[in-house]
Write a protein that binds this ligand. Sequence first.
Ligand SMILES: Cc1cc2nc3c(=O)[nH]c(=O)nc-3n(C[C@H](O)[C@H](O)[C@H](O)COP(=O)(O)O)c2cc1C
Length: 165
Amino acid sequence: MNILITYMTKTNTTKEVGQKIAQVLSAHDMSVDLIPIQDISDMIKYDGIIIGGPINGMKWVPEAVAFINENQALLRQKKTALYFVSYLLHNSRKIWKRSIRTSLNPSKNIINAGEIGMFGGKIEQSFPTPVRWLFGVNKDLPLDTIKWDDVIKWANELVEYFKKD
Ligand SMILES: Cc1cc2nc3c(=O)[nH]c(=O)nc-3n(C[C@H](O)[C@H](O)[C@H](O)COP(=O)(O)O)c2cc1C
């Protein structure tokens, strides 16, 4: 089974998550390519395609949304899964969390993606106080909020999804 994981990233988190997913799928005898979204040319050979990107401005990055829109005809014929990384996913005001959690729904619907993975992200410096207040972020929140167990769990769900008829 040939799987493509394609990603857009600004500070590498989405790629690191993609690498972990690739490890899990490879351990289940899947052949996995991990390729930046801007380098994708041909996707015909893949049985399953996973598309990842960070949340910026409470939305999935426009590059990921555009990729889906532009390739929707082909993506609709494949098993697909989407994921995002977001620093505020688990730790912000309800209104932001809701906006983040639903931000991939239009893309999911366009291509009938079977799975959505939602993961914490990381930032390099803590937010200034007014920004923390705006987002409702606790002052003790670590800079890195990725829960690798969540990533591994989702990757195992993907194994089932891709293997299913
Ligand atoms: C320009 C910019 C905007 C961001 N906006 C958000 C946001 O709206 N919500 C959020 O949860 N995280 C936001 N983040 C944090 C990212 O989700 C987090 O840093 C993530 O790990 C970045 O993934 P990447 O390294 O793959 O780019 C933002 C980060 C950057 C650099």
